[in-house]
Structures are given as C-alpha cells and as structure tokens.
Design a protein around this ligand. Structure first.
Ligand code: S3P
Length: 446
C-alpha cells in the first residue's frame, strides 16, 4: 500500500493522546508471562509488533484476556510462574526485533526447544549480539549462521535451553554496543541463572527493563551508570501502566515544528530521560517544545504533555553522546533537518544501518529523491535543509521512515507518495487518523 501525503495549506492544531509505548508494552507482556499470578496492563499498545509478542507468549503458556475498566482497556496476563511450555510451532515475531530478542533471553534458561522466525526485514537483522552472551551462560542454539559474529547469526534461530540439562551460569557481561535489547535479554536470562548476573553498558540504554523488573519484584540493583546486577528468582504479577510512546509522539512533534503557525498538544507521553535525547537535539535546532511534566510515583515511568509549536529550525552537529538516547528518532531528525535552514551533521550512528531497514541509506535515498542534499557516511549523514519537492519515495517497509516522510510531505511543493508504508501498523496503527485530526490530509492508496 502507498501513503499519499498532500501539502497542507493551514496550520496544524489540536490535542492527540499518542498510543502506548512499544518498548514498555513488549516488556509488560513478557515479564507478566514469566510471573506467578495475573498481571493487569493498562495503556498497552495494540499494534502488529506487540501482538506478535503476545501471540508468542501465549504459545509459551501464558494466558491473556481483555476487559474494560470504566472505559479503559485492560490486558490481563496469567503467567507461567517461570515454567514456559514448548510451543508446537515456530514462533513468528513478524517485524519485531524487540519481541524476538527479549524472548530469546526469556526462554534461554527454559528446558524447551523454541524456534523463532520473522519477516524478511527481521530475518536480515543481526542476532549474534544476543546469542553470544546467552551461549556464554550455557544456553544452546541452532542456527544457519557459521559463527557467533553478530551479523552472521540470523533468524530462523532455535533456542535449545541450557546445555547438558544444567542451569544457566552467572556472567559479567560488557555490552559491545549500547543496546537495551541485549541488556534486557541478558537480564531475563539472569532470572534463571545459578548466581548474580552483571551487565555493563558502554552508553545510555533505555532503562525500561530495570524499572519493570523492579515492579515485578526482581532482585535487581544499579551499582552505577554502567553496571547493573540481577539475582536469580521468580517474578510476581503486578499492575503496569504503559505511558504514551515518545517515539510515536516524535512524528506529530515533527509535523507541528515544520508546518507554519502550528500549535499541537501531545498528552500522556512517556518522558523517561533515557529516551528523550530528541528533546535536547531539537532544542539545539531552535524548536519550541514545552514539557509539562505530571506527578508520577517513584520508579514509575514519568509522563508529560508536550506542547509543540512551529519553529524556524537551524542545522546542528548532533552530539555523539546523545545518539543512543534518541536512536529511533533519526529518520525523524533527518526529515526535520531537510525542513531546516542549514546543514545537520550526524555521526557515531552506525547502528542505524541494522534497524528495520538501513536507515541511513534508505532515508538518504528518499530525501535525495525529494531534492534534498544528503551526503552519506558509514556512521551517519549530512542533511542540508531547503525546499522539498514532491515525488515517489520508498519506505522499504520501515515504519519510522514511512512516518517521517509522510510528515515531510506536509511541507513539500507537491504530494509525496510513499510506497511500502504499511508497516506503520507495527507501531502506530492510528498514525494517519491522528495526523489528519490535526488538519493534515493523508490518504492510503491501494
Ligand atoms: C528497543 C531498543 C532499541 C530500539 C528499539 C527498541 C527496546 O534497540 O532501537 O526500537 O525496546 O529495547 P537496540 O537495543 O538495538 O538499541
């Protein structure tokens, strides 16, 4: 399906409550599935990626049920009390890197065989980064990759459980990249190890796993900014409130910043400081975004309203230390840079090449197609702002690229037609309706 984004002739205005956070929704279902008892999750993101994780957890023995509590949808999950069952079929995680990587950690200590598959994009993504630490803990895997190099181990991948009928061994693991997915996989495996497991991170990783493991009663301690330690033990069912997804809010923010005279309020957005590097980046570009923080209980995920107004943006050099703190926002940052008044330089972001698509190459090609000057580097790009033409671009099945380009179309000279945009449904099924409710006119075309 193609998404047609027509230039808007009016300011965008209104309030949108963005959908639940994808990272937190995956974690809520997986931890609830490992826990003893029934957990209640409100604000859960009902989208293709999170549904794939929920289906996988059910195949591993968890049970789920939807109910309504005074107009609020509640997802209840009855967990397996740490004893998952062997699924009769391969688990298809679709497009979801987070789903498959976290589940690989969750099942590594279980004496069951589980085969994981995914769509064409997920089947190209590196899995060695997950398999390596789990193998060091004594977990077995069978894959078509010929060694443990990150890029050669791919799906389909079979988890064989602890080798030799033993339990997983303790480990002190230094993450080679600041990856929250790898960190979470090792922590989840650590719940089932013989002794404490430590994970050291080279930079900021989103800390949702740490917060939620505490909520489910895990014995987890942060020693310092780098070092996190978890002791083996069971989880207990609890209540989880999923905040709005900051990474989905980013596209509506982009729209408000780019379309002249716009003023948009985004409500209930998760503003966990390990996720909001984008606010720092756009502040440096001159964006007018006001954060109206809400009171949140200690350890809960912080939420805020974000008031976003049209702003004249200048290009910047994105500080490399902010990269891991806004890793999912680079398609949006590149599109924002295209609508700015000078050059934005991005470096130290080679991880973008192994996301749902090669986000540096795909964004560079699409922006060039729209007449924007882009120079690609192995670990980033320079994007020079100016007039944006209309035309046909290819999102290569990457949800965040499709949404960034759709928003850029609002300020283009002619409509922007985006092919392979349907995976928007993996993270933000209501994106078109939400943007149109602010005054845009996006349309799907078959
Ligand atoms: C995620 C971590 C990030 C991010 C992804 C979600 C998570 O990936 O890009 O969209 O929920 O843990 P990495 O761990 O590969 O950095």
């Amino acid at each position: 399906m193609r998404l047609v984004s027509t230039p808007v002739g009016q300011p965008l205005s209104g309030t949108v409550s963005v959908p639940g956070d994808k990272s937190i929704s995956h974690r809520a279902v997986i931890l609830a599935s490992l826990a003893k008892g029934t957990s209640r999750i409100s604000g859960w993101l009902d989208a293709e990626d999170t549904q794939a994780t929920l289906n996988a957890c059910e195949a591993l023995g968890a049970r789920s049920q939807w109910s309504d509590d005074q107009g609020m949808a509640i997802l209840s999950i009855t967990g397996t009390d740490g004893r998952m069952s062997e699924p009769g079929q391969p688990l298809d995680l679709g497009n979801s890197g987070t789903g498959v990587r976290l589940l690989l950690g969750a099942v590594a200590g279980q004496p069951i065989k589980v085969t994981f598959t995914g769509d064409a994009s997920l089947s190209q993504r590196p899995m060695g980064r997950i398999v390596t630490p789990l193998q060091q803990m004594g977990a077995g895997f069978s894959s078509t990759g010929d060694d443990t190099a990150d890029s050669t181990i791919r799906l389909p991948l079979q988890s064989l459980g602890p080798l030799g009928g033993q339990k997983l061994q303790a480990i002190d693991y230094r993450l080679p990249v600041a990856s929250a997915q790898v960190q979470a996989a090792v922590l989840l495996a650590g719940l089932q190890a013989t002794d404490a497991v430590s994970v050291r991170q080279p930079g900021v990783c989103r800390d949702h796993s740490e917060r939620m493991l505490k909520l489910f009663g895990a014995d987890i301690h942060r020693q310092d900014a780098e070092l996190l330690t978890i002791r083996p033990g069971g989880l207990s069912a609890t209540q989880v409130t999923v905040p709005g997804d900051f990474s989905s809010a980013a596209f509506l923010m982009q729209a408000a910043l780019l379309v002249p005279e716009s003023s948009v309020m985004l409500s209930g957005v998760g503003v966990n400081p390990t996720r909001t590097g984008l606010l720092d980046v756009i502040d440096r570009m001159g964006a007018e975004v006001t954060v109206k923080a809400s009171q949140t209980p200690p350890h809960a995920e912080p939420i805020a309203g974000l008031h976003c107004r049209h702003s004249l943006l200048a290009g910047i050099r994105v500080p490399e230390q902010l990269v891991s703190n806004c890793i999912d926002e680079f398609p949006m940052i590149m599109a924002l840079a295209a609508g700015s008044q000078s050059t934005t330089r991005i470096r130290g972001a080679a991880e973008l090449r192994v996301k749902e698509s090669d986000r540096i190459a795909v964004m560079a090609a699409a922006l060039q197609q729209l007449g924007v000057e882009v120079t690609e580097y192995p670990d980033g790009a320079d994007v020079t702002g100016g007039a944006v033409n209309g035309g046909e671009v290819d999102a290569h099945g990457d949800h965040r690229i499709a949404m960034s380009l759709a928003v850029l179309g609002l300020i283009a000279r002619q409509p922007v037609v985006i092919s392979n945009a349907q995976p928007i449904a993996t993270s933000y099924p209501n994106f078109v309706a939400d943007l149109n409710s602010l005054g845009a006119q996006l349309q799907w075309q078959t």
